[in-house]
Design a protein around this ligand. Structure first.
Ligand code: NAD
Length: 373
């Protein structure tokens, strides 16, 4: 089994899909790891560290040649994989709904695309779930970036020169990123409140010592929602939510929005008129900015100032903590392949539940039900 790891080609992508730790673990399974020169540089991993762990390090063409499996953070162009074995697996994120051309190119090239975003949210797959591992650190970074942009302190401080009051932080969308954002803002000493459409999050918010702020007049999504995910809300709900947000947001210093709906543009949660009610110098971090944005006027990687409020958000938040996000992403990939490693065959053999969920292309065709439907 030859497993190849290329340097990421997407602009601003600083992560890498294997670390010296996972290189060693794959070697223990009997696989050979080949890593492109400089692949780990932006995540603070040297070629030497990969070599020491037992990897071959070389140029892209040599790394890909005869590969059975290619690992990526963002799937490379199919054209970059010429020389890999016919039917080679590529385990990476594919943005399958947003980048259909790439999926088609993989099918045409006879590659087997395994989309890590389509990992089912079931207990046994938690350790393989890149969305969770990356969102967790993204939620943390969103709070730090907001704190850095905010011209005031987060904790209450009683000093000889007088009192500094605690920042008020409101987190909208309490999935994996939102929960970490709440925890991080609490640790920094802010007063934190949070909202979601899924009723199951209320208890989670309270267990972190934050205040839940929920639409009560219209029913939201009972419990966790389907597979833990939200769906688009009714017009009536959206109106009630807008009213609730309007009254709450005016009293907040920092708002972190993280709301996503799988396969759709991010829901719009904050309008320009609502931004206008916030105090000058407040900060909004739109973690969904790359998926269309939760906040009117937000732009990826830019500080937009509206009504004296700074609106920020990164096109790729996990890439801002590349060493840690790479370590977790790499472990997710290792956990995935290791769970299915067949000792006799000397390679992984996927089962139906997970294999069919993540597999996008096989035998020259697009085979994934979510994409076909
Ligand atoms: P996500 O990134 O899809 O969305 C972020 C949050 O935004 C969600 O909580 C969602 O309900 C919320 N949201 C969507 N529309 C909204 C709106 N209009 N207003 C306010 N909030 C809105 O979610 P996620 O972080 O991927 O997590 C979703 C769920 O999946 C969580 O319950 C999480 O615990 C669960 N999960 C389970 C597993 C597992 O069992 N393997 C792994 C990871 C996550």
């Amino acid at each position: 089994m030859r497993i190849a790891v290329l340097k990421e080609r997407a602009a601003g992508e600083s992560r890498v899909a294997a670390t010296p730790e996972t290189v060693k673990k794959f070697a223990a399974l009997g696989a050979t790891l080949a890593v492109e020169e400089g692949a780990g540089a932006a995540a603070s991993i040297t070629d030497e560290a990969y070599r020491k762990a037992g990897a071959e390090v070389g140029p892209a063409s040599a790394v890909v040649k005869d590969a059975d499996i290619v690992l990526g953070v963002q799937a490379p162009d199919a054209a970059a994989l010429q020389g890999a074995k016919p039917g080679a697996w590529v385990a990476a994120t594919f943005d399958p709904f947003g980048n259909k051309d790439r999926v088609e190119a993989y099918a045409k090239a006879g590659l087997e695309a395994l989309s890590m975003e389509f990992m089912p949210r079931i207990t046994r797959a938690q350790s393989m779930d890149v969305l969770s591992s990356q969102s967790n650190l993204a939620g943390y970074k969103a709070v730090l970036a907001s704190a850095d942009t905010y011209g005031r302190a987060f904790p209450m401080m009683m000093t000889a020169a007088g009192t500094v009051s605690a920042a008020k932080v409101f987190v909208m969308g309490v999935g994996v990123a939102g929960l970490q954002a709440i925890a991080t803002a609490k640790r920094l000493g802010a007063q934190v409140s949070a909202t979601d459409v899924r009723s199951a999050t209320k208890e989670q918010i309270m267990s972190l010592g934050a205040k839940p702020v929920f639409v009560e007049s219209v029913e939201g999504i009972e419990g966790e929602g389907s597979g833990g995910y939200a769906t688009e809300m009714s017009e009536e709900y959206q109106k009630a939510q807008a009213e609730l947000v309007s009254s709450h947001i005016a009293k907040q210093d920092i708002v972190i929005t993280t709301a996503l709906i799988p396969g759709r543009a991010a829901p719009r949660l904050i309008s320009d008129a609502q931004i206008a009610t916030m105090r000058e110098g407040s900060v909004i971090f739109d973690l969904a900015v790359a998926q269309g944005g939760n906040v009117e006027g937000s732009k990826p990687d830019e500080t937009v100032v509206k009504h004296g409020v700074k609106i920020i958000g990164f096109s790729n938040t996990p890439a801002h903590l590349a060493a840690d996000t790479s370590a977790l992403f790499s472990r997710n990939l290792y956990n995935f392949l290791n769970a299915f490693w067949d000792k006799e065959a000397g390679k992984p053999l996927l089962d139906e539940e997970i294999g069919d969920a993540v597999r996008l292309t096989q035998g020259g065709e697009i085979v994934n039900e979510r994409l076909k439907g």
